[in-house]
Design a protein around this ligand. Structure first.
Ligand SMILES: CC(C)(COP(=O)(O)OP(=O)(O)OC[C@H]1O[C@@H](n2cnc3c(N)ncnc32)[C@H](O)[C@@H]1OP(=O)(O)O)[C@@H](O)C(=O)NCCC(=O)NCCS
Length: 245
């Protein structure tokens, strides 16, 4: 079921401004460490026909197998330890850019449903909207610090879109934090369209997600801030600096 049709499972926020602040306050005041409030922008990227994306030597790309999953799990920059193996076990896939046997960046994708804290332990993951047959949900895009600003993130997205298109996917959904300018810029550059806000709350085992309304003031505000403050990052040559980490 596409996001448009899944709003019943996902109540829109009628008077979001007041309710949002109230729920936010309640969650923040809860006397427990197990709580979470998140505001993300839902991005929709139409997958169109494109030229074949090449990966320049000495780099290669592959879908992660057990070796690559173990590599990213044990890496010092691992953001979701143990979740990687859980995701792989249920069929989520991880596209990797490799330098020899080392992973330098990766991007996860699922055709099951949208999620927050995808693959985290029991009771931690928050399941969002279901996906239509021709939709996929991309999450956890990561380029290791020493390999940023070399086009790895762009390449991962491009490769992913191409592979998904071959599988019949026509739209990729993803979530981005409004203040994550690097990820936001990258996705906008590749054709992503900000759709609406997604507000997620958790208190211990209870969680609730709200889909923001169209023409969301908060989203417009974030977009304005982004346009004003986002700046291009210095670019580093990917191939010339392959061995300089
Ligand atoms: C977001 C993230 C994945 C971006 O990865 P990245 O590899 O640095 O991204 P790219 O190099 O493709 O793009 C960065 C810049 O390099 C430029 N670039 C693109 N191709 C390039 C190339 N061949 N050579 C050099 N630079 C290139 C891009 O134009 C881009 O510039 P911009 O700032 O104007 O957008 C990375 O910053 C990261 O891992 N962040 C932490 C995790 C995170 O926030 N993930 C997103 C969750 S939604």
């Amino acid at each position: 079921m596409p996001v448009e049709q899944s709003r019943l499972a996902f109540p829109a926020y009628p008077r979001r401004e007041i309710r949002f602040h109230l729920i936010d306050l309640v969650v923040r005041l809860m006397p427990t460490g197990w709580k979470y409030c998140g505001s993300r922008i839902l991005l929709k990227t139409p997958i169109t026909e494109s030229e074949e994306i090449g990966v320049p030597e000495p780099y290669t790309w592959m879908w992660a197998g057990p070796k690559e999953i173990a590599y990213i799990d044990q890496h010092a920059e691992a953001t979701s330890p143990t979740a990687y193996a859980r995701r792989a076990a249920r069929g989520d896939r991880c596209l990797c850019i490799m330098l020899g046997a080392d992973v330098v960046g990766y991007q996860w994708v699922t055709r099951r449903n949208g999620c927050v804290m995808c693959g985290f332990g029991p009771g931690m993951e928050i399941i969002l909207f279901p996906l239509a047959r021709d939709q996929a949900f991309a999450f956890d895009l990561y380029a290791y610090r020493n390999f940023r600003c070399r086009g790895i993130g762009t390449m991962l997205k491009g490769l992913l879109y191409q592979r998904l298109r071959e599988e019949g996917i026509r739209e990729v959904l993803s979530l981005v934090s409004p203040d994550n300018h690097a990820a936001f810029r990258l996705q906008l550059r590749l054709g992503a369209r900000p759709d609406r806000m997604v507000y997620t709350y958790r208190i211990r085992g209870w969680s609730k997600t709200f889909l923001g309304p169209r023409n969301d003031k908060q989203l417009n505000k974030w977009m304005q801030q982004f346009m004003l403050h986002s700046v291009a990052r210095p670019k580093i040559d990917l191939v010339r600096n392959a061995n300089r980490q």
